[in-house]
Write a protein that binds this ligand. Structure first.
Ligand SMILES: Nc1ncnc2c1ncn2[C@@H]1O[C@H](COP(=O)(O)OP(=O)(O)OP(=O)(O)O)[C@@H](O)[C@H]1O
Length: 599
């Protein structure tokens, strides 16, 4: 999406501020109050659809639909990993989750990229879209819907939406003339161009173009948007992004262009086949069309009734304006409920610059996954980049963090505790963990920390959620070191009872860690669970309520200890990899290491 839109504010209509008088606009009636919290309903302006909130309401969350002008990079993976962690957490809470991702496949740039590769546009889209799907599998992304904007159901819904907005008097036609950057697919303001009218992003000369486009009357929604943002401070998060959005709106909203006259690779404007629909009236609708079932008649109403409104749009801050200003106005115009929340996270940066396709300074996520495994990649970016802010990548920090937290604090603690249990207790839990921990301080700490982790997950504070879970591991390490059960076992009967209880307490803490960290590191959590003697089926059906102390019961047998997470050692990597990857030669790995450092 972003690539298609980076400078799209310049597409806002500056020169044509008045609407053709022949168009009969409906009055901008004040919207009904939109209540997000504790509300029985959530409604919008005139013609609104009402959405009754109840506990059975699905949790629908979306990533941006990624633009297929180039394969995915670590930035695209970042949003998707975060969305996956949130989806997994919501599933643990017992919610029905619909996790939507997908690809934005129309536009001039796609047609040009396809031609450059000697492919038809759709063949090009198929291949890049598949690359996204393949990466999501490697990263353990548990999406429910993958929408492609070339899907026929999507096209039908886009046309219906467009027709509704048109019927509401919010679309009009006007001339536009200016300097156009083919790569940005945007008209540019002359002031921002470099020498020889070069685009500052693509460093290529912009072309003079004149065309008539259709425009959306965003300016009509100024007042409503101001009120929504004022009255619903949780609508845009984090709070500093809300303030940004409020600033944009207060500065005055300009109508924006929603069609292209000279781009064939797109959805034709209903009733004007010479124009195609531009990104916002196409890609954003993917969030709704993704909900439609393949076999049913594609219609806005059918799709909406399958789960709209979205509970959460997760996006990078580059496309915040479009999700927090354009999209709500478009939805109000079409009489469709607004999403409940838009969260704009920060950028992964490389040497302080946004990693992106345009600058080509990307980090190859497949490479990272092959070298370090999906859990390490997921954990590092979610733990080390405070969700909302920018974060810089360094391989040294990556390795240090993952080794310290996953291999040492968690993996090593589990391994040595299971080792002691095997040697001294035949890997058998002697008493219920609830009884073993009566009045125990570690138990109290774990209970507090796991509750803290839950609250952080709820508030989308993923880094803090990781930190709270990690603290359980750290507390477990301190506990076992202080109690030194290996010495107690040597003292005979009296020491044995205390030492075996200590082991049970630490193992129970690790069981809780496995569940609480499973949204972030699903494969590692499964391994911990398996080591604790549970089956994969048992792991698949866990819920957050099982983080309550007392899961390990008397007589339960744990598995023979095996490391769940090996330290990353550049001399011997790959470590946490698939069998296929393990076949990769050490020489090739070293080359890859070099490549990431240089990227
Ligand atoms: N460096 C990054 N850090 C975090 N998220 C990113 C980053 N780059 C892309 N994303 C995610 O991808 C979305 C945009 O994806 P899209 O495929 O449209 O463009 P892009 O990769 O940003 O391209 P370009 O770099 O050319 O702007 C962002 O809103 C964000 O969700």
């Amino acid at each position: 999406m972003a690539c298609r839109v980076q400078y799209s504010i310049h597409n806002s209509l500056r020169l044509f501020s008045s609407y053709p008088s022949s168009l009969n606009f409906l009055s901008t009636a004040r919207p009904h109050k939109i209540r997000f919290r504790n509300s029985k309903y959530f409604s919008i302006s005139r013609g609104a659809l009402y959405c009754t909130c109840n506990t059975a309401e699905p949790f629908v969350l979306t990533t941006p639909l990624y633009y297929v002008n180039a394969p995915p990079h670590m930035g695209s993976a970042y949003t998707t990993i975060a969305a996956d962690a949130i989806a997994r957490f919501q599933r643990l809470l017992g919610k029905k989750v619909v996790f939507i991702t997908g690809t934005d496949e129309h536009g001039e740039k796609i047609a040009n990229a396809a031609a450059g590769n000697g492919l038809s546009p759709i063949k090009h889209c198929d291949s890049v879209s598949q690359a996204y799907g393949a990466l999501w599998r490697e990263l353990d992304i548990s999406y429910d819907k993958f929408i492609r904007t070339t899907n026929p159901n999507h096209e039908a819904i886009v046309k219906e939406f467009y027709s509704r907005v048109l019927a509401n008097g919010d679309i009009y036609r006007a001339d536009y003339e200016g300097l156009y950057c083919v790569n940005c697919e945007e008209y540019k303001d002359e002031k921002e161009l470099l020498e020889n009218k070069c685009c500052p992003v693509h460093l290529k000369p912009c072309l003079h173009r004149k065309e008539d486009n259709y425009f959306f009357a965003l300016s009509k929604y100024q007042k409503q948007l101001e009120e929504i943002l004022e009255e619903n401070p949780d609508f845009v998060q984090p709070s500093y992004r809300l303030h940004e959005v409020q600033g944009w709106v207060k500065n005055g909203l300009r109508d924006f262009s929603i069609s292209r006259a000279s781009v064939d690779w797109g959805i034709p404007v209903p009733s004007d086949a010479k124009q195609t629909i531009y990104v916002w009236f196409d890609a954003l609708l993917g969030y709704i069309s993704a909900l439609s079932e393949e076999e049913e008649q594609p219609s806005l109403q059918n799709a909406i009734s399958s789960g709209w409104p979205a509970s959460l749009h997760l996006i990078g801050k580059d496309i915040l304006r479009f999700h927090a200003v354009y999209w709500p106005a478009m939805l109000m115009s079409a009489g469709v409920s607004l999403p409940r929340k838009v969260f704009g996270h920060g950028f992964l940066t490389k040497d302080g610059l946004k990693m992106g396709k345009s600058l080509g300074n990307t980090l190859e996520p497949t490479d990272l996954v092959h070298r370090f495994g999906p859990d390490a990649v997921r954990y590092f970016f979610l733990k080390e980049v405070e969700f909302g802010n920018d974060g810089d990548y360094s391989e040294e920090r990556f390795i240090n963090i993952v080794n310290a937290n996953l291999a040492n604090t968690i993996g090593n603690l589990l391994n040595r505790t299971l080792g002691l249990s095997r040697k001294n207790c035949q890997s058998t839990i002697a008493v219920d963990s609830a009884i073993a921990a009566e009045g125990n301080a570690l138990k109290d700490a774990v209970e507090k920390l796991v509750e803290k982790a839950r609250q952080h997950y709820e508030n989308l504070e993923l880094s803090s959620a990781c930190a709270a879970v990690l603290e359980i591991g750290s507390a477990g390490n301190v506990y076992i070191d202080e109690k030194a059960p290996w010495s107690l076992f040597k003292q005979g009967e009296s020491g044995f009872t205390t030492a075996s209880k200590d082991l049970i307490i630490v193992l129970e803490a690790m069981r809780i860690v496995a569940i609480a960290l499973s949204p972030i590191t699903p494969s590692l959590s499964l391994k911990i669970y398996t080591q604790l003697g549970y089956s994969e089926d048992q792991f698949s059906s866990i819920t957050w309520s099982e983080t309550r102390w007392g899961g390990l019961k008397q007589g339960h047998v744990t598995a023979p200890p095996k490391p769940v997470f090996s330290r990353i050692d550049l001399e011997t990597e790959p470590t946490n990899t698939t069998d296929d990857t393990k076949k990769t030669s050490k020489k090739k790995d070293k080359q890859k290491t070099q490549k990431v450092v240089e990227a």
